[in-house]
Design a protein around this ligand. Structure first.
Ligand SMILES: [Zn+2]
Ligand SMILES: [Zn+2]
Length: 377
């Protein structure tokens, strides 16, 4: 059966000023196309982008987010591909459906895998399905492989990989050289990424991915019986993702009782540190976490309310003072008992005593991440 596109149709045959024209393939992300365009002309990606934009260090930023119009014009003229098609191969149209308002210029974009610090090679934020790469006539990277909620391949029903199966290096096709000829090999050890083992994909993570895609492609989401927009969907998913991680960190009996009542067993492999958002987690962690988020998003309203009652949940238990409450939950949260306490001066002084275990672990993890970044600079 012929494959069809999910996010954009790509470009048909194009007429470019290059010796060999390189159409953008369906669902291809722009960085993948740039690297393929370079390799097809027999040059290194860094050389091609250096010629296109002489004073722009394009690979030190996340080029998949968006390209300024002036620079995009250069690309359109040389490649023969329209600006409209390039726009659809970038992440900006997607983030507009996730994030209300203009997305941050420098900070991480919510629900888009973070590139980290490119130069440090800690992570690339790019995933792949080995079977897709192996079956492609012209292997290429799909735009959906940058989405944090994508943990598997719908076509091959397997979990995605987020590093080289052989050497563990992040996926960085822009570091390939002309002689490598194809984007489907590891830039570090040159092994064929299409030869990676196929790993099974958990059903609940799959359901979350498919439903999220469906909502982004124009369908309405449903939560506790109400129709909701894509913004609301991501807001709720973020809220429950951070709630599950808080319960995992604190191990609070009452909250554990609540999530068990919903039918969720706290997943293994969830990192204890609070600082790293879902955009930084590896595919295995996200698969576990998003499966649990899916349970929260699909629970029946009566069961949700009953679970709160049985667990004797307070407002503060479900939502800390620092968190903003999704609109759709505010009515429910207002109905919970308010156990807020005003700390007296003498209580505050106790805070200077020994820190709880989860805080110490969080501080250690933060320090380890900083040291790893410094080591790689
Ligand atoms: Zn696949
Ligand atoms: Zn490798």
């Amino acid at each position: 059966m012929a494959k069809t596109y999910s996010w954009h149709p790509g470009s048909d045959r194009v007429v470019s000023t290059w010796a060999v024209s390189v159409p953008i393939l369906f669902d291809e992300i722009i960085s993948s196309w740039l690297v393929r365009a370079a390799l097809t002309q027999g040059c290194d990606p860094l050389v091609l982008t250096g010629e296109l934009w002489p004073k722009w260090r394009v690979w030190t930023i996340d080029i998949d987010r968006s390209i300024p119009e002036e620079r995009l014009k250069t690309l359109c003229v040389i490649s023969g591909i329209s600006a409209e098609i390039f726009h659809s191969a970038m992440l900006y149209p997607i983030i507009q459906q996730i994030y209300r308002g203009s997305p941050p210029v420098k900070a991480v974009w919510p629900w888009i895998l973070s590139l980290g610090k490119r130069n440090t090679k800690l992570r690339s934020g790019l995933q792949y399905c080995p079977s897709c790469l192996a079956e492609d006539n012209n292997p290429y990277y799909r735009i959906q492989w940058r989405f944090a909620w994508h943990t598997g391949c719908e076509t091959h029903q397997c979990r995605l990989h987020d590093c080289c199966w052989h050497c563990g290096a992040p996926i960085e096709p822009h570091r390939l050289l002309a002689e490598n000829q194809t984007v489907s090999i590891c830039a570090s050890c040159k092994v064929d990424l299409g030869r990676a083992d196929t790993i099974s994909w958990k059903d609940e993570a799959k359901s979350f991915q498919l439903e999220t895609d469906r909502i982004l492609q124009g369908e309405c989401g449903v939560y506790l019986g109400e129709s909701i927009s894509s913004h609301h969907w991501f807001e709720l998913a973020s809220f429950f993702e951070s709630f599950i991680r808080r319960v995992n960190r604190n191990g609070d009996e009452k909250l554990l009782g609540f999530i068990n009542e919903i039918g969720i067993v706290l997943p293994e492999h969830i990192p204890i540190m609070a600082g790293a958002g879902i955009e930084w987690l590896n595919v295995q962690m996200r698969e576990c976490l998003l499966g649990a988020v899916w349970r929260f998003l699909t629970v029946d309203k009566d069961r949700f309310l009953q679970a709160m009652k049985t667990a004797d949940l307070s407002r503060q238990g479900l939502c800390t003072r620092k968190e903003s409450v999704p609109d759709l939950l505010s009515g429910i949260i207002d109905g919970l008992p308010d156990h807020s306490v005003t700390r007296t001066k003498s209580q505050k002084t106790h805070l200077s005593g020994p820190r709880p275990r989860h805080e110490v672990i969080r501080m250690m993890k933060r320090l380890e991440r900083k040291l790893a970044l410094l080591k790689n600079e």
